[in-house]
Write a protein that binds this ligand. Sequence first.
Ligand SMILES: [Zn+2]
Length: 275
Amino acid sequence: MPVHDSVTCGTGHGSGHTFLAVNSDVTPHRAVGHEPTAPARRALLRAGLTGAAALGTGVALGATPAAASPGAPSPHAGRRRPTTPAEVLRELTAGNLRWRTYREQHPDETPTVRESLTSGQHPFAVVLGCVDSRVPPELVFDQGLGDLLTVRTAGEVLDEAVLGSVAYGVLELGIPLVMVLGHQSCGAVRAAVDAKESGERLPDHIQYLADQIGPAIDHTKEGDARVDATIDANIRAVRSRLAAEPDLAAKVAAGRLAVVGARYELTSQLVHHIA
Ligand SMILES: [Zn+2]
């Protein structure tokens, strides 16, 4: 299926908008992938390697970003890698269209890709999603190995580890897009709403989630409508907090990063933009 089909197709839940149709604030600029020869970028990569090693997680985090070896062949042979925020959104939109129309391509799973990824990675999107088993980012965007750096917490709740993981993807791997991906019928959001209404304290650690989601609760609505509106408000709140991180904000200001909110509908399998 031609990728360009996706950008004009928006049939689904709600507005039916795809990202590109509504995402006017995303401005493509200089491609991140063209940066590795700059001294500052080299220093950043070195710092990244040092930081990863110090944490003892160099292997797990992918110790060798592909950008550090400009001459190396792409591990994703034959598949063009999106390098700007707009290109990434286009790819994710196309993948979601394949997913919700049962025309998945299951890219980047071949033996060749698996082998080549042992020497590095350069995922093109950070997706901060919910832990919900019905919303795995690689599936709903029809992406494969080495494509998405995914961080998942119940209700997309932030903490230091999540912030560090997102920052790693943006600052060390040079990823040009961060997406906060909430979803319809989020149990974490419902639990937060229910706890607030009942005054009942949740078990340890689950209460932390509710406390983080709490400020987003939409008190102008009732019942299921309140939960649904709070899902959107929580996405916006998390997106705003990420976008306000100084290192990320600087990248956004330079046009090298977009931080977007999105929501997955269980009923239609559509991912759409949350402004
Ligand atoms: Zn959820």
